[in-house]
Design a protein around this ligand. Structure first.
Ligand SMILES: Nc1ncnc2c1ncn2[C@@H]1O[C@H](COP(=O)(O)OP(=O)(O)O)[C@@H](O)[C@H]1O
Ligand SMILES: [Mg+2]
Length: 200
C-alpha cells in the first residue's frame, strides 16, 4: 500500500469518526464503544448491545461491495453481515459502516505464499499464479502432504477446511471478486476458515 493511503487512513479517516456518529448511524443510544480490531482501512468495534456482532467502519469501498456481493453465496467461509434498517451498509461521510458476525478464533495458519504453493503444486509459484484459484480441492500429492505436514496441518479435518475455503474463493472469483490476501483477513474458528475482509 502507498504510504499516502496508509497515512490518510491512519491519521485522518479513522480519527474523524466519533462514537456518537457510529451510534447515530445505527440508531443506538449514546454509550462508549470498544475497539476490538484495526486494519489499514478499518476500525472494528464490539457491537454494544449484541455480543456476537461487530461494527466495522472502513474507507475501503471494495471491501464493503465485495462482502455484500458475497452474501448470496451463504457460505460458512464468508463473514455474515446483518442489515441496518434494511441495507447491508450505511455511508457516513466518506466511510462505510457494516454490522457483521463476530468471528473468533486463531489467525489463519497459512500465508498467501503457502496457499499459492499448495495450489501450484511442485511446479511452483509461476504456475500457481497462472492457475489463479481455479481449484476447489487440495488434492493429495506427496508434495502437498509434505508442505501440510511441515505446518502440522496434514490431517483430514484441516484439509477439508482448506478445500472448503478454496472452493468458496473459486466461487467468489466467478462472481468477479478476487481474493488473494489471506494474511490477517481469514480467521480459523476451528470449524471453518472465515473471510472477514475482501478489500484491496
Ligand atoms: N467480523 C469480525 N469479527 C472479529 N474481528 C474482526 C472482524 N472483522 C474485522 N475484525 C478485526 O479487525 C481487524 C481489521 O479488520 P479488516 O476488515 O481486516 O480491516 P482492513 O480492511 O483495514 O484490513 C482484523 O484484522 C480483525 O482483527
Ligand atoms: Mg484486513
Amino acid at each position: 500500500m502507498q504510504f499516502r493511503n496508509w497515512f490518510e487512513a491512519a491519521v485522518f479517516d479513522r480519527a474523524i469518526l466519533q462514537d456518537t456518529d457510529i451510534l447515530k448511524a445505527l440508531r443506538l443510544p449514546k454509550q462508549k464503544l470498544q475497539v476490538i480490531g484495526r486494519g489499514s482501512f478499518a476500525t472494528v468495534y464490539q457491537h454494544p448491545t449484541e455480543k456476537n456482532k461487530v461494527i466495522k467502519v472502513t474507507k475501503d469501498k471494495n471491501d464493503i461491495r465485495n462482502l455484500i456481493k458475497a452474501q448470496s453465496l451463504k457460505s460458512p467461509n464468508i463473514v455474515k453481515l446483518h442489515p441496518i434498517a434494511g441495507n447491508f451498509s450505511v455511508g457516513v461521510g466518506n466511510l462505510y459502516l457494516v454490522v457483521a458476525d463476530k468471528v473468533e478464533g486463531r489467525s489463519f495458519p497459512y500465508t498467501s505464499d503457502i496457499i499459492a504453493t499448495l495450489i501450484g503444486g511442485k511446479s511452483g509459484m509461476e504456475n500457481a499464479a497462472k492457475a489463479s484459484v481455479k481449484i476447489g480441492q487440495i488434492g493429495l500429492s506427496p508434495f502437498r502432504d509434505k508442505v501440510l505436514n511441515r505446518l502440522g496441518l496434514d490431517d483430514e479435518r484441516e484439509r477439508s477446511k482448506l478445500s472448503s475455503l478454496l472452493l468458496t474463493v473459486s466461487h467468489l472469483e466467478k462472481r468477479g471478486i478476487e481474493f488473494f490476501d489471506f494474511t490477517d483477513n481469514v480467521i480459523d474458528t476451528g470449524d471453518h476458515h472465515v473471510i472477514i475482509d475482501m478489500g484491496l
